[in-house]
Design a protein around this ligand. Structure first.
Ligand code: SAM
Length: 235
């Protein structure tokens, strides 16, 4: 059985967890990901090329994907997250750098239909209450012909790599997180559980297609430990 609460209690739990973790998030997360997260975010950001310059980054956290998106866009990037702590960290780091950070819920986005040419989310779909509702909301605020870009942990297709990765992720990562994250250490016990209930690459692709996105591409990164999904809103 899952240790993660369901529904509104899950949202409260996750919100509180990221508020607790916010000041340690960058250091702890990057260390646990063995610094690969930088390369993964760079790759995800590169997928916005050619899809217009009106970008929304959902569940932006401390802004590490948002700022990379800004580097590829002429217009300011809009970025939302429901954790005040994470948004405060993002604003402190990147204020005046062309990203508009604000507090907002990914499952009820505070934007009209068809506002953006590209909507992104990184390392967050494992945390929302409903993956389907979040991607549907991202699609609602996306213009026709625009792209949804999703970066998250994947499930390696090779049995051997999967075994090694799960050993690291379930046994070592929570201990490392505990040392690095101070009072947010319980977040890193939650981390492996968030992956257990997350679909593998093909499952996430199917969810995107069921919502109506077309031409969904899957890019495995670092042997499938992470993956980027890119889908288009039919026009
Ligand atoms: C693991 S962090 C990822 C942050 C950032 N995207 C990155 O790449 O580092 C997950 C983020 O999702 C946010 N989040 C989770 N559920 C959310 C929701 N329903 N609405 C908005 N933000 C949410 C959390 O507050 C947290 O900042």
């Amino acid at each position: 059985m899952s240790m993660i609460p369901e529904g509104k209690s899950k949202a409260r739990y996750i919100n509180g967890m990221f508020n607790d973790l916010s000041s340690h998030y960058d250091r702890a997360s990057s260390f646990i990901a063995l610094k690969q997260d930088r390369f993964w975010r760079d790759f995800a950001a590169s997928q916005v090329d050619g899809c217009g310059s009106n970008i929304l980054d959902v569940c932006c956290g401390t802004g590490e994907l948002s700022i990379r998106l800004k580097a590829r866009s002429d217009n300011p990037v809009t970025a939302v997250d429901f954790s005040h702590g994470m948004v405060a960290e993002a604003s402190a780091k990147y204020s005046g750098k062309g990203v508009r950070f604000s507090v907002g819920d990914a499952e009820m986005l505070p934007f009209p239909d068809e506002s953006f040419t590209c909507v992104t989310v990184s390392f967050a779909l494992r945390n929302v209450t409903s993956i389907e509702r979040t991607i549907s909301e991202m699609t609602r605020v996306l213009k026709k012909g625009g792209k949804i870009i999703i970066l998250d942990l994947g499930k390696p297709r090779s049995k051997l790599i999967r075994k090694l990765y799960y050993w690291y992720f379930y046994s070592i990562a929570p201990k490392l997180g505990g040392v690095l994250a101070d009072k947010g250490d319980y977040a890193y016990t939650y981390l492996p559980h968030s992956l257990t209930y997350f679909p593998a690459q093909d499952g996430l692709k199917k969810i995107m297609e069921d919502i109506g996105l077309v031409n969904v591409e899957v890019h495995d990164l670092t042997m499938g430990i992470a993956a980027v999904h890119v889908g288009t809103k039919a026009g």
